[in-house]
Ligand binder design. Structure first.
Ligand code: ADP
Ligand code: MG
Length: 735
């Protein structure tokens, strides 16, 4: 049956209401209509569905669409029925999956047998059922469409074992043209799909995977929660998705956002179906701005105006990352993709993998290494991503990633690249990036030893640069196509032809300085104290800090109190960062509780208010992050002390040790609450000793350091004893 292009366009208009094809849809459809196999690689949102929906409506028989998205099949089928303006539109498309009742299945079968159904969506596990195979054998299948075809490959981010059987089942039912579609396009996944479906000769239609409207950025994770809140507040009313790896983190973060006045909902597989659906709906219907989710969220979701996608945790693979970030800016408008990175997260992911079979571990590790090299890299992110998907991005500067907008210093790396090549060429076999870098950096490990590479003349020649540097040089070589990575053999590195030319006659190539990431995780920062990680970092307003210290010292003289009893340094540093001008705002500073703010705060607040006013300072009050109320022991401890309960009993009741209890009590008095621990103190120390330590803190101490006190007191007292008296002292004088 021949159909020409004009006719096809008419059908496009009449069925779907579209005036023109998107990208290479038309070529793909013509190819399929002519009875050929097609392999379609198109980014998310590119318009893959139409590539099988339209031909299905044009051809005699029924097209079988295999899709893993059971939850969305109904939507897809409904959408098709909406498009088609014929009388029997309910018959025109159906789905078969485990969610159907027996009677519904019979209806579907009747329609399919009567020839009215043009599109039949099947879940892979339904396709393999004997009764369905028998059904499909008895009808005319126009073609098979394998949607989300990357599920076939273990190298994809979403492997489904049932997908492996598709080829065999197709052969049982009877061969017809196959169209496989995916948005995952690494060469490895692509070849897996083709081999598995027995369609290595199929024509490949690959669209560019570049998403010019997306902006890519990687940030250090140290302040992630605070930065996320700030980012969302600076982008009011915009929709966004935040991905976390664990359900627990999803819940926590969603709660934290809500506490901070951001409308957000959690989404993960641990929620019951009704809650999940309601939360997804709230997001789609824009009743909330943000959805915090595990990767369970998003496949098949078509919200065109998602303005940001944040990865709170580093993704497990670049495929996954590209799919998830791909959900931003589908309408071609703004789409910011921000990932928070901390190397510890990688180690956590590696640990999770240990329980998996070895082959899976190998794959998982390799995928992770690619993620690491992406996030740690300083070259254009777009270039790396597209290179990863087998595409070359030509421009030097994409102007829409952190590395292009805020470039790091570059230097001529020709010598170092030559060294890398010399090493590769000198070895009898090929090795992976990490191993090569280990050799040059002079690392010592079992692999190095087993190959005797510590005897190699180049071993350790780049020791001072470190392993990460050499790995970065190799990655740069890959990006410049001087080196090649064998995807079939776990990423073994070799020198390309272009690389050989370089090696024989080196020319200038630019290598970027390495970026360093802290190993600080922000897991607990906000929950315990909004500023813990910042205290002492000296990040505040130094002029103001000096003025605050002046006030403190004159107050200290006036009141006859050591300065640190009034406000310790971290408290003043926080004030120099947040510029609090009310007592309430002051509570956000570390170690400032109600008591202290009331007792000592006024003078500091008026100084800050004046300073802010005179210097036109824009106060970052909108990013003062409120913490989720903690199920804290503090109230319990205060009540126990009031009732003179022995400390040992408090510890037992709360299952904590003495040191933990002491920490809690110190934080209680440090924030200004007055408690009386004499009943306990007199049990463990005699009056003379108490007096000795007390006088020291009152008259001699230069700071609140316990170590210093122990030294100055001549080593006569135990740490616990000094701490107890200090608690008494701060409580009585400071609070
Ligand atoms: P993919 O499966 O590739 O992620 P979809 O098939 O879901 O993408 O299509 C993405 C969006 O593009 C849908 O909203 C679809 O209606 C729209 N679309 C597809 N083809 C066209 C076209 N030719 N003209 C206009 N819009 C189209
Ligand atoms: Mg799709």
């Amino acid at each position: 049956m021949a159909i020409d292009r004009t006719e096809l366009r008419e059908k496009l208009k009449s069925f779907f209401g579209f005036d023109s094809f998107k990208g290479n849809q038309e070529e793909i459809i013509m190819h399929l209509l002519a009875g050929n196999d097609a392999f379609v690689l198109m980014p998310t949102g590119g318009g893959k569905s139409l590539c099988y929906q339209l031909p299905a409506l044009c051809l005699p028989g029924t097209a079988v669409v295999v899709s893993p998205l059971i939850a969305l099949m109904k939507n897809q089928v409904d959408a098709i029925r909406e498009f088609v303006h014929t009388e029997d539109r309910t018959h025109i498309a159906h789905f078969l999956n485990s969610s159907l009742l027996k009677s519904q299945i019979q209806e579907v079968k009747d329609d399919v047998l009567s020839g009215k159904t043009k599109l039949l969506y099947v879940a892979p596990e339904s396709l393999t059922k004997d009764e369905n195979v028998a059904l499909l054998k008895s009808i005319h299948v126009s073609f098979y469409a394998i949607d989300e075809a990357h599920c076939i490959s273990e190298w994809g981010h979403d492997f489904r074992p049932e997908y492996r059987r598709i080829h065999e089942i197709v052969n049982q039912i009877g061969r017809a043209p196959i169209i496989a579609l995916t948005a995952t396009a690494t060469p490895k996944v692509q070849s897996d799909i083709q081999k598995n479906l027995g369609m290595t000769d199929a024509k490949v239609f690959k669209s560019s995977f570049n998403r010019p409207n997306l902006y890519y950025e990687i940030r250090d994770k140290a302040n992630a929660k605070r930065e996320i809140i700030k980012f969302i507040k600076e982008n009011p009313g915009k929709s966004g998705i935040i991905y976390c790896l664990s359900r627990k983190k999803v819940e926590e973060l969603a709660e934290l956002l809500n506490v901070n006045g951001i409308k957000a909902r959690p989404y993960h597989a641990g929620l019951d179906a009704a809650t999940r659906a309601a939360n997804q709906d709230d997001f789609l219907m824009e009743r909330v701005d943000v959805i915090v989710a595990t990767i369970a969220f998003g496949m098949g979701i078509d919200k065109p105006d998602v303005r940001f996608v944040i990865h709170y945790d580093v993704p497990k693979s670049l495929e996954g990352y590209y799919q998830e970030t791909g959900r931003a800016g589908r309408d071609g408008g703004e789409g910011k993709c921000i990932t928070f990175y901390n190397h510890k997260d990688i180690q956590k992911l590696e640990k999770f993998m240990q329980s998996k079979p070895i082959s899976e571990q190998e794959i998982g590790k390799q995928l992770l290494l690619d993620v690491v090299s992406y996030v740690e890299s300083n070259t254009c992110r777009r270039k790396i991503l597209l290179n990863y998907f087998g595409e070359t991005y030509e421009p030097d500067n994409c102007c829409s990633c952190d590395n292009c907008l805020y470039p790091k210093k570059q230097f001529d790396g020709r010598e170092d690249m030559s060294t890398v090549m010399e090493l590769i060429l000198s070895l009898k076999e090929n090795f992976k990036t990490e191993h090569l870098a280990d050799i040059l950096a002079g690392a010592s490990n079992s692999i190095i030893k087993s190959y005797k590479h510590h005897k190699h003349p180049l071993y350790g020649v780049g020791k001072e640069r470190g392993q990460r540097y050499w790995a970065a040089v190799i990655r740069q070589g890959l990006v410049l196509h001087l080196l090649d990575k064998d995807i079939d053999k776990y990423g073994l590195i070799s020198v390309t032809e272009k690389g050989m030319e370089f090696y024989e006659k080196p020319y200038q190539i630019m290598i970027t300085e390495q970026r360093t990431f802290t190993d600080v995780d922000d897991d607990d920062d906000i929950v315990s104290s909004p500023t813990k990680h910042m205290a002492g970092s000296g990040g505040g307003d130094q002029t103001l800090l000096a003025m605050l210290k002046d006030v403190r010292s004159s107050m200290s003289k006036k009141l006859g109190l050591p300065p640190w009893v009034i406000f310790a340094d971290p408290a003043l540093e926080d004030m120099s960062i947040f510029y609090p001008i009310t007592q309430e705002e002051m509570l956000k500073c570390s170690g400032v509780g109600d008591g202290k703010a009331k007792k000592f705060g006024a003078e500091f607040l008026s100084l800050i208010a004046k300073y802010v006013e005179e210097n036109d300072i824009v106060r970052p009050d909108d990013i003062v992050v409120r913490s989720v109320p903690q199920k804290s022991n503090k109230l319990f401890i205060i009540q126990c002390i009031d009732r003179k309960i022995p400390f040992e009993d408090i510890c037992e009741a709360k299952d904590m040790d003495m040191a933990e209890l002491m920490d809690d009590i110190e934080s209680i008095v440090n924030s200004g609450t007055r408690i009386n621990i004499n009943y306990y103190l007199h049990q463990v120390l005699d009056l003379e000793a108490i007096d000795d330590i007390y006088t020291y803190f009152k008259e001699d101490a230069r700071s609140d350091s316990v170590d210093e006190a122990m030294r100055d007191l001549g080593g006569d007292y135990e740490e616990m004893e000094v701490r107890l008296v200090r608690i008494k002292f701060i409580s009585e004088l400071g609070n």
